[in-house]
Design a protein around this ligand. Structure first.
Ligand SMILES: *Cc1c(COP(=O)(O)O)cnc(C)c1O
Length: 424
């Protein structure tokens, strides 16, 4: 079967042929690759082509495809039983592995997706504060629950419009939208609204392309939240155990009231979590009145993969230094190649996360990101595929380095990029 026939078949069975929209290659054209297998840094499609994979399942695979330790942990868990719907020791083990690193997080609860983690954190913040409104940032993605799938139309922060059909205007009305890295836009909203339950942000934004939050900006967010008794939620579903071992917190030490995790903490299996101070977390049912539940939450296989993944990350000296070094070589190499060809290009990295825009000026927020040349992006993406490199099929995504990558992989990627820029 070819990718084309596989996609046609999938289209007749699955809505849009995919189970998550960005997989469909809609913004770059053509049909998606159907992946047969992966080993380390590489993936193979069903036609037998091999690619260097910078998607890494959109972040979870810190140790690449088919990591032996994660496989072994899963096999052992599989033998014990796939799911019980009752407490198991591995949930407490993973909880401890995460919490012991964060002095400001006392308790955690596991869920199965990042969407659930942020949705639950928002409900908890509303329950804890007794307030309705939430504040988010344009271009930040926190999963697809109703109140978070909202962003300002044309930068008009007062006129919130849902980003999807099926979301009620009242959800949008309670979701205030500010501009990333722009403290004045946040101050203006706090001046107008006294009843903001929480402010949620990706402290290292990875869903409008990679746009790191300025440290000073994040510090000011913490301050303004404290002044207004608004809970600060750092969504580290992507950046946690990716940007550094401790995510954004490991880089700047800023303590949020609630933190959400996902992706890496499941080691490639479905696991996510939200954590915070005891006084907040104890508002959750059965101790408190905020209801939240999940049949497969804390699933033994996912916990086993998560424990293996995080233990390995913790035990490996200089892991993030190594990943950052590779990301630096890659992004500066790409920037040099683009400059040689006179292509407008911006690239940056944080730990093992890296990103690039076909844009003339540095990108600080979503409106800046929107100035990217999407036609150039689509062409470059296509050229890179032809040259054996699999990049995220959208300008507004982040790339990931995994531990199985090395200088040789980066050399091969830059070689492919050289040809791809030339053919733009
Ligand atoms: C991926 C992501 C989510 C959503 O996680 P899912 O597991 O896809 O539901 C939420 N927040 C951020 C920052 C993410 O990167």
């Amino acid at each position: 079967m070819t990718n084309k026939t596989a996609f046609q078949n999938a289209l007749s069975l699955i809505a849009g042929g995919v189970n998550s929209p960005v997989r469909a290659f809609a913004s770059v054209g053509g049909e998606p690759l159907f992946i047969k297998s992966g080993t380390g840094a590489l993936i193979k499609d069903i036609e037998g082509h091999e690619f260097i994979d910078f998607v890494q399942s959109w972040g979870p695979l810190l140790f690449g495809h088919g990591d032996r330790d994660i496989q072994k942990a899963c096999k052992e868990a599989l033998k014990r039983g796939v799911s019980f719907g009752a407490p198991t020791l591995c949930e407490s083990r993973l909880a401890q592995l995460i919490l012991e690193n964060f002095p400001h997080l006392d308790k955690i609860r596991f869920v199965s997706s990042g969407t659930e983690a942020t949705m639950s954190a928002i409900r908890l913040a509303r329950g804890f504060t007794g307030r309705a409104k939430i504040l988010k940032f344009e271009g930040c993605y926190h999963g697809h629950s109703d109140s978070l799938l909202v962003s300002a139309g044309s930068g008009a922060a007062t006129f919130n419009t849902p980003s999807s059909l099926g979301i009620l205007q009242e959800n949008a009305t309670n979701t205030l939208v500010a501009t990333y890295n722009d403290i004045e836009s946040v101050e203006a909203l706090f001046a107008k609204h006294k009843d903001i339950a929480c402010l949620i942000i990706e402290p290292i934004a990875g869903n409008m392309g990679l746009v790191p939050g300025d440290v000073e900006f994040l510090q000011k967010l913490q301050k303004i939240c404290r002044q207004n008794e608004t809970l600060l939620i750092f969504d580290e579903v992507m950046s946690g155990f990716r940007a550094s071992f401790l995510g954004s917190f490991g880089l700047n030490g800023i303590e949020a009231d609630l933190v959400t995790f996902g992706k890496v903490i499941g080691g490639g299996l479905p696991a996510a979590a939200f954590a915070g101070r005891a006084e907040i977390m104890d508002c959750l049912s059965p101790l408190g009145g905020v209801y939240q539940a999940g049949t497969l939450s804390g699933n033994p296989l996912a916990m086993a993969a998560g424990i293996a993944s995080l233990s390995k990350a913790k035990g490996k000296k200089n892991l993030y230094k190594k990943l950052g070094k590779l990301a630096k070589r890659l992004t500066s190499g790409l920037s040099d190649l683009a400059a040689e060809r006179g292509v407008p290009f911006q690239a940056c990295f944080v730990g093992s996360m890296w990103g690039y825009f076909f844009a003339k000026d540095p990108v600080k927020n979503y409106q800046d990101a929107l100035k990217s040349d999407l036609k150039l992006f689509a062409k470059f993406h296509h050229n890179m595929l032809k040259n054996g490199v699999y990049l995220a099929p959208s300008q507004f995504e982040t790339g990931f380095i995994c531990d199985k990558m090395n200088d040789k992989i980066i050399d091969r990627t830059l070689e492919a990029a050289k040809k791809s820029f030339k053919a733009l």
